[in-house]
Design a protein around this ligand. Structure first.
Ligand code: HEM
Length: 132
């Protein structure tokens, strides 16, 4: 089993890529760009943000279990926001596919930047302050 600190560093690195990627997709679905830019953002989503989100989940569950963090109160609350962020990412990926096909995106995706902002702030604050 690799060192706990190494797993935690990898978790935080992947989390940074998720934060960047979800914000990028948030502004893309909220204000669609021209076709060439949309294509490059979709490639970034497929090859960077999606795999980083998978890595964040796997590494998060491993450090959560090996550090016995699932018995603390902050982690389940953080997981609610992780689920919201993951669902948002899934809907953004679908929304960007629809944009590429010339279709409209669901109207609520306009609020993507705000949903991302609240979820990311809650996740990072809970994980670093561990208030309960
Ligand atoms: C299944 C999902 C996840 C689980 C089970 C999980 C679990 C954990 C655990 C247990 C820690 C504490 C490690 C320690 O202090 O020793 C942690 C730290 C952290 N997590 Fe997650 N995490 C998940 C998803 C995420 C996501 C989606 C993000 C950001 C978008 C994120 C960002 C962070 C950050 C920034 C830290 C470091 C906090 C610090 O030490 O200052 N995590 N995570």
């Amino acid at each position: 089993m690799p060192d706990y600190t190494l797993l935690k560093i990898l978790h935080m690195t992947a989390a940074a890529l998720v934060i960047i990627g979800v914000l990028l997709s948030s502004f893309t679905v909220a204000k669609p760009p021209a076709a060439a830019r949309l294509a490059s953002i979709r490639r970034w989503d497929r090859f960077v943000t999606g795999p980083a989100l998978g890595a964040v989940w796997i590494l998060g569950i491993i450090i959560g279990l090996s550090g016995n963090w699932f018995s603390s109160g902050w982690l389940p609350v953080k997981l609610v926001f992780v689920l919201i962020l993951s669902a948002l990412h899934g809907m953004q990926t679908g929304g960007m596919r629809r944009l590429a096909q010339g279709e409209a995106v669901p109207a609520f995706l306009r609020f993507s930047p705000y949903i991302a902002l609240v979820s990311i702030a809650a996740i990072v604050l809970l994980a670093s302050a561990k208030p309960f």
